[in-house]
Design a protein around this ligand. Structure first.
Ligand SMILES: Cc1ncc(COP(=O)(O)O)c(C=O)c1O
Length: 377
């Protein structure tokens, strides 16, 4: 049996820029004394991200949740209208709908990649539906073609929560080309991080202005406040970290792709383990490595902890089972999502695990399953 790891292994380890580069950047911040309010680092990061992520316009925010709220605001959906969304995501995906005064309606998932099922969405459309908010969960792209057809047929808006899909491409097309808006998160847990941060890549005319208004209290000038907004501004220090991490995220992606291959060669096809794979033609964001355990997920998750390996059961509990949503008459029955919530385990996934640790973790998982006491799985 594998020995307990000497140091805890968490599901991710944030990419940090070299300290010397941070200090040099901080010296510039101290010299200018510009620490927030869309300063030079903010502007540089925004334009570099636009070059990488695309969108007709790209607007930087202080985190992905504010960016989601801003994207919803920018589409000017009728108050109280319904947004069809996934129950299988991080809390922010749905909370952003609710805090913007709209009603979430949960639809079920397609089984292989756990993204929203377009047919399940179709079944939930009513005359109150204004928008679909779908998530490229774990970086698996949603069925964007099917959603484009639904959008055209039913005259709906589409927002993609692309928090897990930084750098994802579909047959060479950047993921932000699809839908009205795509929202990215640069939280510390994300491959590309600015400690906290996010952005919206928007494809609607005038959308960029609306996003900028929302980000800065609706203030356009000293004499003119145009609309309701909040404080969604990224500080110069966060922008500095983002800029420095832009220099190294491609290397981290390459290292993660080695870790992915190690896990795949160890785990794919192993008893009771299913490894969801990207569709052909998808360039992966290398954000997560989810596996599905057909039996005993919670046993494996708990036993791994005793070896100092901290996996995550993303996304358990389902959002539709949160106290604040479980009594929505719109929650409905979501068997595919419920099964995913019982089976998925996200394994530790970051470049440094390529040193042999990923192989040890994979072998530990196999031995935990093989040696599980009767009835434990
Ligand atoms: C799918 C998804 N949407 C939205 C968010 C919210 O982003 P942030 O933490 O930057 O606010 C996250 C995670 O952090 C996420 O995983």
């Amino acid at each position: 049996m594998t020995k307990t790891f000497a140091r805890p292994i968490f599901v991710t380890r944030p990419m940090l820029p070299p300290l010397s580069e941070v200090i040099a950047g901080m010296e510039r911040i101290y010299q200018s004394a510009i620490i927030t309010n869309m300063g030079p680092f903010h502007q540089e990061l925004e334009s570099k991200l636009m070059a990488i992520l695309g969108g007709q316009e790209l607007v930087l925010f202080n985190n992905g949740t504010t960016a989601l709220m801003a994207a919803i605001d920018a589409l000017q959906l009728p108050a109280g209208s319904e947004v069809i969304t996934t129950p299988f995501s991080f809390a922010a995906s749905t909370h952003a709908i609710t805090t913007q005064g709209l009603v979430p309606v949960f639809a079920d998932l397609e089984p292989d990649h756990m993204t929203l099922d377009p047919n399940a969405v179709l079944a939930k459309i009513t005359d109150k539906t204004s928008c679909i908010l779908a998530v490229h969960v774990y970086g698996f792209p949603c069925d964007v073609d099917a959603f484009s057809k639904i959008q055209a047929q039913h005259n709906l808006k589409i927002i993609y929560d692309a928090a897990h899909a930084f750098g994802t491409e579909l047959s060479g097309t950047r993921i932000s080309a699809f839908g009205d808006a795509s929202v990215f998160s640069f939280h510390a847990t994300k491959l590309f991080n600015s400690i906290e941060g996010g952005c919206v890549a928007i494809n609607t005319t005038g959308g960029g202005q609306r996003l900028r208004d929302f980000r800065n209290f609706g203030i356009r000038s000293e004499d003119h406040v145009s609309s309701v907004g909040i404080n969604g501004k990224m500080s110069e220090i966060h922008a500095l970290f983002g800029l420095l991490n832009l220099n190294q995220f491609r290397d981290e992606m390459a290292k993660r792709s080695i870790v992915r291959d190690i896990y795949l060669s160890e785990l794919n096809g192993w008893n009771d383990i299913v490894v969801p794979r990207q569709k052909d033609g998808v360039k992966s964001s290398q954000q997560y490595f989810p596996i599905r355990l057909l039996r005993g997920r919670d046993y494996v998750y708990t036993t791994l902890k005793s070896y100092n390996v901290f996996t995550r059961r993303y996304f358990h509990p389902l959002i539709s089972n949160f106290d604040c949503y479980s009594n929505l008459t719109t929650a409905g029955v979501l068997p595919v999502a419920e099964r995913a919530g019982r089976e998925v385990l996200c394994l530790p996934f970051y470049g440094d695990l390529a040193d042999g640790t990923a192989q040890e973790i994979a072998r530990l998982i196999k031995s935990i399953i093989a040696e599980a006491p009767q009835g434990a799985l």
